[in-house]
Design a protein around this ligand. Structure first.
Ligand SMILES: [Fe+2]
Length: 294
């Protein structure tokens, strides 16, 4: 099968795009690469954009973009999706830097945008704000975690990295432990969007920077059990939760285990079902408050 191999972008709707751009540029440290009447495109890397902001009735994540390998055929990928009974739409030049795309909804209604990126963009990392390496993952609340997890694995080619009991799945589409994670809570909505930072020193800097700019942390810093990443969560002014993280587990696909780390309890650390235990959430012990679930 053709598997998506990278998360490329996430698209968010919000009522006040102009006002929100300031957070994504001055605070998060993405570069505003293009602004037109429909959308603001923000980037951190050689990709033209990794975050897209559009006007909409309320803040939500409406689309997630994924790249397939350069040697894969987009037409074959579309057939693969259609074979699962999913209705697809083929789009020509839908966004800057994307010449052709296959779009289709996942079971909870988020639009998947799958494409090959032909050319690299040449913007540099910004020098103001937090400045993450990249968009790392998008997490969603879902009403049926088994159904949505199966869709990501069967249709897009994701692999299961870990589960927390039977209600929280962590799925990878490359070496990173998770690119999509899905938590069954009784509603279908955005949970958080995570951006990768360099290291602990960068996390430290980011937490102080957020604090100096009036942002308080919702949870963290801590170290997740599942994925073992250092984490700190805050809420963006549009109401969406942002996670900054580093040291996420990385899979060696050929060997079937995550690169060994001193904080692992299993040696080697392989994909598994974790018990619903506080250590699966935070090895350092502090649990999230109610605000994390709002
Ligand atoms: Fe996360």
């Amino acid at each position: 099968m053709i598997r998506v191999s990278k998360i490329a972008h996430a698209t968010y709707e919000m009522p006040d795009v102009d006002k929100q751009i300031e957070y994504y540029t001055d605070i998060l440290g993405l570069m505003l690469v293009e602004r037109n009447k429909d959308a603001a495109y923000l980037a951190s890397t050689v990709d033209h954009h990794s975050v897209v902001l559009k006007r909409g009735p309320h803040s939500q994540c409406v689309r997630v973009g994924f790249q397939i390998p350069q040697d894969a055929d987009l037409g074959d990928f579309e057939k693969q999706v259609a074979a699962d009974g999913v209705r697809t739409e083929r789009k020509k030049d839908p966004d800057p830097s994307i010449s052709e795309m296959v779009a289709f909804p996942d079971p909870k209604g988020t639009i998947m945008e799958v494409f090959k990126r032909g050319a690299f963009s040449h913007q540099k990392f910004q020098t103001k704000g937090i400045v993450p390496y990249k968009l790392g993952h998008v997490a969603f609340h879902v009403t049926d975690v088994k159904k949505v997890t199966k869709f990501y694995c069967d249709v897009l080619g994701f692999r299961e990295s870990d589960w927390m009991a039977d209600f929280f799945s962590f799925l990878r589409c490359g070496p990173d432990h998770h690119t999509i994670n899905l938590m069954e809570t009784g509603s279908n909505r955005h949970f958080h969007t995570a951006f990768e930072l360099r290291d602990w020193a960068h996390m430290h800097e980011a937490c102080d920077f957020l604090s100096l700019n009036g942002y308080r942390l919702l949870w963290g810093p801590g170290r997740h059990g599942i994925g073992h990443n250092l984490f700190a969560y805050h809420r963006a002014p549009n109401g969406l939760i942002t996670e900054t993280f580093c040291e996420l587990d990385r899979m060696n696909e050929e060997l079937g285990y995550f690169e060994p780390r001193p904080w692992h309890r299993d040696n080697p650390q392989r994909p598994k079902v974790w018990a619903k235990d506080p250590s699966a959430s935070n090895l350092w012990g502090i649990m999230p408050g109610d605000e994390m679930m709002q």
